[in-house]
Design a protein around this ligand. Structure first.
Ligand code: ADP
Ligand code: ZN
Ligand code: ZN
Length: 755
């Protein structure tokens, strides 16, 4: 072995390659003094310069049978992650058996890696944009009284800064008209200090929100708030709030956040989809103003970078956002809230396949923080955790306002095949209820989980169906503009007038999407104002406008997809109709029942939130199915207990652990061969490890076999325990890391999608 001239420390480095292991590099002495885990370094990988992350110092006594390369440069002067976050990310990568570099990089704002030219570092283009931020100084009473006398507005600005330190200039400009000269005066008087911080560049953020105060909590809310608040700052504790729709869960979260902030602790609030629920974010901003950073997918790169920096520096203490907000570098993390914890958007499917709901518990544990998950329809995983004592269960059984839960009725579609105008989308029973509701000047929500006009365009002569060329799914017909769209890959084309197969002109759309319902409603209720809300109606401002119109009573009937179920609070809605409750019920997925129950309960929960009593009518072909029947009775506990029995029998989560190995390729023969070959090798390994309780299912083509021009296969692994599953997976990781040519292999632990 060659002796190296410089004898710096050897570090384990995570590299941007699809292998899970760490690599050893030597750090020159001049760098070693400053080096910390989580800093980026420039190293050579396979002859090219790349960014790696220092993970930990290697064991100094370890012998290496090869020459250890030097680290070319240390990029950062401080770690990019608070210690707590860094430790969490390493543990998360271990849990999901995912390459560490990908996990670390995914937790950083995009665009912050430098480039390299001839082995020299070229700094990243991205730069923080700064603005002034102010904090109030202590001022004695006499001076304050004087200030109030001289200039009421200056006094108000001072008070605002005092209550909202640090208060940014941009926010002061939103809250007060032309505050600049008064701020200047406050600075001259030494009443406030100025600092420079990154600007928050976010359209959600820069809209004004009126401050509000908490309503008086009811007893159930108070019990919850007290228990949670008593736990904050006392180490890890996990809660599950099971609160019916409209029971005031958000109010409980807001109180917990307030307490954490009083202790100078940082907070993360995870919510399903922010751009769809701007009102929800508004409620946090109305309470905590300037201390909230909103993390969502529509932020620009610079905006993300700025927010990340603000959080990291502790200038902002609350990060509210979608699943990736779990990686926010908040300082002194004390509280994580997972709102609507049952929502499947917390699971990331691409790249690093993590579940933010599960990982929030891990991060809270490592940080000694409190985690609060809440839902009207908790996931069976969380509910089971509550039953076994892993989570403390808090119940909210009453609506917070006057309202009570809506009465739910089922309409058996088998006996109601046609409705008014001979159509079969809205039954007579539902139609009559809509008429009555409109007569009373109350509002209606109609729910259908399918966007577009019609899910199929079919030739009536030969049965030909327009399918996406890239995916094995039929293309959905959209109107205005008239286009066939693939909902999986986004491919669009104009609908053919004659059948490409037989030349017949008899092309017909079949099935129903929200656009068709909207059109039908306009025919049936000529005087009603009708609005539609789904992914095609736009996000951000447009969504907000529609929601605002509904709240202001400018809309009589709102028709929409899942988007209308997400936590909106419409006081004037007294009737909810579910058009087809069976759409998701017969999916090849053991969670199909659970999802249907959740969806029906959540959508029914939009009715009767004000002081008028609500009703929900569910049109269904499966009135006796337990998911539908339990939703009718608002009986979560019954549903959950029955479903848990079924899961236990079959060894499905939360009782068993699942992992899926997904293979895909452009060539169907290659992926099929690779899947069978992998299965054989897995069985061989299993044969040599008979003590491990592992069951293998598959290989089989995915239910959606052909998506985006790739054929997909899957192999499921099932085990009663995570540890056994992991022990076994570790043995097959080399197989996953070395796929045959033109085949990709991914590992997904605790999968949510079975497709
Ligand atoms: P959830 O999150 O459980 O669906 P919300 O927190 O949105 O419920 O509360 C539903 C409505 O009740 C909101 O308009 C909220 O402002 C109001 N609310 C919550 N708690 C109270 C309370 N203690 N007194 C009066 N109104 C309340
Ligand atoms: Zn045809
Ligand atoms: Zn497609």
């Amino acid at each position: 072995m060659e002796i190296l001239e410089n004898d710096g420390e050897i570090w384990n480095v995570a590299l941007p390659i699809p292998l899970r292991g760490l690599y050893s590099y030597r750090l020159k002495k001049e760098y070693a003094v400053k080096a910390l885990p989580g800093m980026r370094v420039m190293v050579k990988v396979r002859g090219r310069s790349a960014v790696g992350y220092l993970i930990k110092k290697a064991d100094p006594d370890k012998e290496y049978p090869y020459k250890i390369k030097n680290i070319d440069a240390l990029i950062d002067s401080e770690s990019l992650f608070p210690d707590e976050l860094f430790n969490f990310l390493i543990k998360a990568a271990e849990y999901y058996m995912h390459p560490i570099e990908d996990v670390l990089k995914g937790a950083l704002p995009p665009g912050i890696d430098p480039g390299f030219v001839n082995g020299k570092i070229i700094p990243p283009k991205i730069k923080v944009k700064l603005e002034k931020s102010f904090t109030a100084n202590k001022i004695d009473k006499d001076k304050l009284t004087l200030m109030e006398k001289r200039s009421k507005k200056r006094f108000e600005i001072f008070n605002y800064i005092q209550d909202n330190s640090p208060a940014r200039e941009s926010i002061l400009k939103l809250e007060f008209k032309n505050p600049s000269s008064l701020i200047k005066r406050l600075l001259e008087d030494n009443a406030i200090n100025a600092d420079e911080v990154p600007v928050v560049l976010d359209t959600i953020y820069t809209q004004t929100v009126l401050r509000d105060k908490s309503p008086e909590l009811n007893d159930e809310q108070l019990t919850g708030v007290n228990e949670i608040c008593e736990s904050i700052q006392k180490g890890y504790k996990g809660f599950l709030i099971h609160g019916i729709t409209g029971s005031g869960k958000t109010e409980v979260y807001l109180h917990a956040v307030k307490r954490a902030l009083e202790f100078d602790l940082g907070v993360i609030v995870l919510v399903p989809e922010i751009t769809l629920t701007p009102q929800l974010v508004g409620r946090y901003r109305a309470r905590f103003g300037d201390r909230v950073a909103v993390i969502h997918s529509q932020l620009t790169q610079t905006a993300r970078f700025n927010q990340w920096q603000l959080l990291k520096d502790g200038k902002i203490n609350v990060a509210i956002g979608v699943r990736s907000a779990l990686f926010a570098p908040v300082k002194n993390l004390g509280l994580i809230i997972i709102d609507e914890e049952h929502d499947s958007s917390f699971k990331q499917e691409k790249g690093f396949p993590y579940n933010a709901r599960d990982m929030s518990l891990l991060r809270a544990k490592l940080a000694g923080a409190v985690a609060v998950a809440g839902s009207a329809t908790p996931s069976l995983e969380s509910y089971n955790n509550a039953l076994t004592g892993k989570l403390r269960l808090l119940n909210l059984k009453q609506r917070a306002t006057e309202g009570v839960l809506p009465e739910v009725e089922l309409i058996n579609l088998a006996n109601n095949r046609t409705g008014p105008h001979g159509q079969s989308i809205i039954s007579f029973s539902l139609y009559k209820e809509i008429v009555k509701t409109l007569e009373k000047k109350e509002q209606v929500i109609l729910f259908l989980n399918r966007r577009g006009f019609a899910p199929n365009l079919v030739c009536k002569n030969c049965g030909y169906v327009e399918m996406c060329k890239e995916c094995s799914v039929s293309m959905t017909l959209h109107k205005r503009p008239s286009l066939l769209t693939c909902h999986y890959c986004g491919y669009k084309k104009s609908p053919p007038r004659i059948c490409p197969e037989c030349g017949s002109k008899d092309m017909e759309d079949t099935g129903t999407g929200t656009q068709k319902v909207e059109e039908l409603l306009q025919e049936l209720f000529t005087d009603a104002k009708i609005a539609r809300l789904d992914r095609d109606t736009g996000t951000g401002r447009k969504t907000e406008q529609i929601l605002e119109d509904v709240r202001d009573g400018k809309v009589d009937i709102l028709v929409g997809t899942q988007m209308i179920t997400k936590g909106h609070d419409f006081k004037g809605v007294s009737l909810v109709g579910v058009l087809q409750s069976d759409v998701g019920l017969h999916m090849p997925d053991f969670r199909a029942s659970e999802r249907t129950f959740q969806l029906l309960t959540q959508v029914a929960g939009r009715a009767g939130r004000g002081d008028i009593k609500g009703r929900a009518l569910i049109q269904t072909y499966s009135p006796t199915h337990q998911a539908v029947a339990a939703a009718k009775d608002h009986n979560y506990i019954n549903f959950a207990n029955q479903e848990l029995v079924f899961r236990k029998e079959l060894g499905y989560p939360p009782f068993g652990k699942l992992a899926v190995i997904r293979l895909n390729s452009k060539h169907s023969d290659k992926v099929e061969f690779a899947s069978n070959d992998l299965k054989d090798k897995i069985m061989e390994i299993l044969h040599n490890n008979k003590e491990l309780p592992i069951w293998i299912l598959g290989p089989s083509p995915s239910p959606l076999e052909f998506i985006q021009s790739r054929f997909r296969w899957q192999i499921f692994l099932k085990s009663p325990s995570y540890l056994s599953l992991k022990q076994f997976l570790e043995k097959i990781v080399p197989l996953i890391e070395n796929p045959p040519s033109e085949v990709r292999i991914r590992l997904d632990i605790d999968p949510v999608s079975m497709l």
